[in-house]
Design a protein. Structure first.
Length: 231
């Protein structure tokens, strides 16, 4: 009974989950899963007038807080941790009706959060569409010879949210010429040259880029030439 002799600082009613087999000092029921200390002697929850309460394990902070708010009577449940040499909270005892009301409040909040997440996701999707369209328009401004569908594919690939690609960089979001050109070059490199095959065959990256550089520049030059034609 040694650990129970030195309970932690009390903040209201305190209930213990004993480490050893304990019996109620009043009705002798046991072994007890939970007990209350009265004058140093264990009492079962029924004898301590707490038997009507239900146990809510720790883990959901909002539900725990609201359950205690909704319950006229509640108690903190603790257990002694031998390794750490201290008592730790394992949950609370609350009124069943209070727990039900708290769950309803949490469900209402969860629904509100779900709706907010849906709105935010819809807003981000619309922003992503507008950004991809702006990125594609900038590609076509810099490379008017680039097929429209290809420009859209390049923009869509480069601007995927969370991808870490050039379109999501600060320069990409600002639609700088360097960032947009970099996205176009990457697309040409992978789609219009044997670059990927060279890498798969063991050619070092820098050497592979050197070998396909002329093709990349020729393609970019052809896509830029429409500027003079349009003029």
């Amino acid at each position: 009974m040694a650990p129970l002799a030195t309970p932690p600082h009390r903040t209201g009613l305190l209930v213990f989950q004993p480490l050893k087999r304990r019996h109620c000092g009043e009705c002798h029921a046991g072994p007890l899963q939970m007990l209350v200390l009265e004058d140093g002697a264990p009492r079962c929850l029924d004898c301590a007038d707490l038997g009507h309460l239900v146990f809510l394990p720790r883990g959901d902070t909002a539900l725990t807080r609201r359950s205690r708010e909704e319950s006229a009577l509640s108690a903190v449940v603790v257990r002694f941790n031998r390794r750490r040499g201290r008592y730790e909270r394992h949950g609370v005892l609350v009124e069943e009706a209070g727990l039900a009301r708290a769950e309803e409040r949490c469900l209402a909040d969860a629904e509100a959060r779900r709706r907010r997440r849906t709105r935010d996701a819809r807003r981000r999707a619309q922003e992503d569409v507008r950004f991809a369209e702006a990125f594609a328009a900038e590609i076509l401004r810099l490379f008017p010879g680039c097929p429209t569908d290809r420009a859209r594919d390049i923009a869509g690939h480069a601007s995927v949210r969370g991808s870490g690609r050039v379109g999501r960089s600060a320069a990409g979001r600002a639609l700088t010429e360097v960032a947009v050109t970099s996205a176009v070059v990457a697309s040409v490199r992978h789609m219009d040259t044997p670059y990927d095959q060279l890498l798969m065959s063991g050619v070092p990256r820098h050497e592979a880029r050197r070998r396909i550089a002329a093709v990349v520049q020729t393609t970019l030059g052809a896509w830029r030439e429409r500027v003079s034609d349009a003029g």
